[in-house]
Design a protein around this ligand. Structure first.
Ligand code: ATP
Length: 307
């Protein structure tokens, strides 16, 4: 599989802040790569470096197989970008905005505009002015502009931010289609993990500029598995019992005292039996399927433990 983006030790230092540190990130052709991280984790910084909107302090960035800066500039024509606000002119109509960017990007033929506007579902409203668009339409116009010139790679920073549920579904379906039918590789950042979970094929978890983990959706699913959630009358004694008597150290205690036991095995009743034997009462007990959010929270906790 071809690596479209490959970074080694990629580092971006601002005056008093290291926005990205020693990041080794690989994005393969055909992937939808989900960038996950809290505010300030370095997601936008990474996307800007790849888009050529900013330059690394240290480290290497390979884009479409080249390290060479001039060549990368040329290769960036194969990339569509939405970082921060999608830029368009409020006084111009959707169609005029598209035309402006078509000319700016040096793409011949007006047909490209019709095709792209149909693809993003804006053809019927193409006469509407930029300033009168709903947020969903603005996002779609941003995507339309990014798609001019048939890019092979899309870099999308929070493209579903602020959309209503219907808008989110529309954009999700559109991105899936672009990936599956047009074979566009997508790097997307989002705070809405349940959305990324439905879309991404690989995840990169960033925390304070560090890449905590990069993992395929399939591997995550296998690793994540099920967990048993228990609320007991004495959490502290129960976790000691888990570790010392049952030799099970893959657990997490949530803020409200709920204990999450990962990969609990077949006979989950042994946990309740052990608690009972030690005089610990059980308030609730349920098997759950691990979600992307669970995995992320767990990764953060593990990170804190090892910090
Ligand atoms: P968010 O989810 O809030 O968009 P993010 O993960 O995209 O966050 P970045 O925007 O990459 O995070 O920011 C990473 C860190 O770098 C933050 O601490 C931010 O304040 C800092 N930073 C970003 N751009 C600059 C800049 N131009 N000058 C100084 N510091 C910056």
């Amino acid at each position: 599989m071809e690596n479209i983006i490959e970074t080694k030790n990629l580092t971006k230092q601002y005056k008093d802040c290291t926005a990205l540190e020693h990041a080794d990130i690989i994005v393969q052709r055909g992937e939808i790569y989900g960038l996950i991280g809290a505010n300030g984790a370095g997601k936008t910084t990474f996307l800007k470096l790849v888009a050529g909107q900013s330059f690394p302090t240290k480290g290497e960035l390979m884009l479409f197989g080249t390290h060479e800066q001039k060549e990368q500039e040329r290769q960036r024509k194969r990339t569509g970008v939405i970082i921060e606000q999608p830029g368009f002119y409020p006084q111009l109509s959707i169609e005029q905005n598209m035309e402006y960017y078509r000319i700016q990007k040096g793409i011949p033929g007006k047909r490209a505009i019709e095709e792209t506007l149909k693809l993003v579902g804006l053809w019927d409203v193409r006469k509407k002015k930029g300033k009168t668009l709903s947020l969903g339409m603005k996002q779609r116009l941003g995507l339309g502009i990014a798609l001019i010139g048939e890019p092979e790679l899309l870099l999308l920073d929070e493209p579903i931010n602020g959309l209503d549920p219907a808008g989110i579904i529309e954009i999700r379906n559109l991105l899936r289609r672009l990936n599956q039918e047009k074979h566009i590789t997508i790097v997307i950042s989002s705070h809405i993990l349940s959305e990324l979970e439905q879309l991404a094929t690989t995840y990169g978890f960033l925390e304070k500029g560090h890449l905590m983990e990069q993992i395929s959706a399939r591997a995550l699913q296998e690793k994540c598995g099920n967990y048993l959630e228990m609320k007991v009358t004495d959490t502290e004694r129960f976790t000691v019992l888990l570790e010392k008597q049952m030799s099970h150290d893959r657990y997490l205690v949530l803020e409200d005292g709920t204990v999450r036991i990962f990969n609990p095995g077949q006979e989950v009743e042994r946990y309740s039996a052990a608690a009972g034997k030690n005089g610990i009462g059980i308030l609730s007990m349920a098997m759950k399927q691990c979600t992307l959010e669970d995995y992320y929270m767990n990764l953060k906790e593990e990170g804190k433990k090892h910090a």
